[in-house]
Design a protein around this ligand. Structure first.
Ligand SMILES: Cc1ncc(COP(=O)(O)O)c(C=O)c1O
Length: 400
């Protein structure tokens, strides 16, 4: 359940800042580019350190601009507290390495960002923390998840919509299951943004973002966010962030605060454009399937409709001609930019099997349903007709 409510509508909360400078009356939070903070005298310094006096110590521990972003995202996600991190991967590492230790395991969907998959599958194993992967889209998912749980299972981790398959996880159902085992459900909400989906309201205990994407929204920063209950967030901060140190710079926090002001209108536009393009591509002769949760043909369209306000700006499609066709398409787009990342003003196109998900083995790609013909598209804010024309021209370049 969300712990933080106020009387304003979502769009208003998105625009209004959290005022950290009541004395200077800034409309926009200033950038506090300082490594450290001065103490008045010995007792003040000792008091700030032991928490008996308010104040800042050092930017790795806390910074007013970063605090401002953390409070704003906590408000938008309906959480009690948040931590800003140097990247989305830093957020995922901080959460997973705090919640699990040697000899522990966790459940994760097998369709996740390639960097997340590598962290789970290659690096956490070195600490004797074992991922147990499940395919979210196949039948009896809840029974399959339950069969993987034991007394050393520490959390469940999902992305929804999932990268790059656009699979939808029923957050309420998974949260219920996690609750039965008294473990937290962690949701990577990067693809939706808090404007379109609020996992904490659906029972998740922790939300993660790559703030690099829709939160920043302009393709000019790398950042991450963790949101949740106060005690849990504080635990992640003291156990991991303060001493491993992957914190966000105040400048990046400021850029994300700036980007956030337009989150609602950007997400509305990304979503309407993506639906238009998904419908336009759905019956294209060179495409075997379009993956977009807003399409009625998506197997979890009804779940998406229930837990999302709109369906966001990312879609995938399988080309009948496989990898050679994907290569031709990506070499022939002119408006769409061939680049990884997503959630930017610019439309970005990429080939997961050879790019974002090249960390997967051929077998893992197959298990996750990531074909060599799959192309991922992040719809930007250009005119949808121009994007569609560009895609159609590039599709025409594919032989057959
Ligand atoms: C869903 C998702 N989560 C996490 C990440 C990692 O975020 P970052 O690149 O900011 O470290 C990404 C990156 O693409 C992503 O797509």
């Amino acid at each position: 359940m969300s712990t933080k409510k106020n009387r304003f509508s979502e769009e208003t909360n998105i625009v209004h800042g959290i005022d950290h400078s009541p004395t200077t009356q800034d409309l926009v939070a200033p950038i506090h580019m300082t490594s450290t903070f001065k103490f008045d005298d010995f007792d003040h310094g000792a008091g700030v350190f032991d928490g008996s006096q308010p104040g800042y110590v050092y930017t790795r521990i806390a910074n007013p601009t970063v605090d401002c972003l953390q409070e704003k995202i906590a408000l938008l996600e309906g959480g009690a507290a948040a931590i800003a991190t140097a990247s989305g991967m830093a957020a995922i590492a901080a959460v997973t390495m705090t919640l699990a230790g040697p000899n522990d395991n966790f459940i994760a969907c097998n369709s996740v960002y390639g960097g997340t998959f590598a962290l789970f599958n290659d690096h956490l194993r070195k600490f004797n923390i074992s991922p147990r992967f499940v395919s979210p889209g196949k039948a009896n998912v809840i029974d399959r998840v339950a069969s993987l749980m034991d007394s050393n299972t520490r959390f469940m981790f999902v992305e929804t919509p999932a990268n790059p398959t656009l699979a939808i996880i029923n957050i309420e159902l998974w949260a219920y299951l996690a609750d039965q085992y008294q473990i937290p459900l962690v949701v990577d909400n990067t693809f939706a943004s808090p404007y379109l989906q609020k996992p904490l309201d659906l029972g998740a205990r922790i939300v993660i973002h790559s703030a690099t994407k829709y939160l920043g929204g302009h393709g000019d920063i790398i950042g991450g966010i963790v949101v949740g209950e106060k005690a849990m967030v504080q635990h992640i901060k003291t156990e991991y962030m303060d001493h491993f140190g992957p914190v966000m710079s105040p400048f990046n926090a400021w850029l994300i605060l700036r980007g956030l002001k337009t989150l609602a209108i950007r997400m509305d536009r990304h979503s309407t454009t993506a639906l238009k393009i998904a419908l336009g591509l759905e019956n294209h002769p060179k495409i075997s399937q379009v993956y977009y949760p807003g399409l009625e043909s998506h197997p979890d369209h009804q779940v998406a409709k229930k837990q999302m306000k709109m369906f966001s700006g990312i879609l995938g499609f399988d080309l009948k001609g496989g990898r050679p066709s994907a290569k031709t398409l990506l070499n022939n787009v002119k408006l769409c930019t061939l680049a990884v990342s997503l959630g930017d003003c610019d439309t970005l196109i990429q080939h997961p099997a050879s790019m974002t998900h090249s960390t997967y083995s051929e077998k893992d790609l197959k298990a996750a349903g990531i074909d060599q013909g799959l192309v991922r598209l992040s719809l930007g804010l250009e005119h949808p007709d121009d994007i569609m024309d560009d895609l159609e021209n590039a599709l025409d370049a594919i032989e057959g």
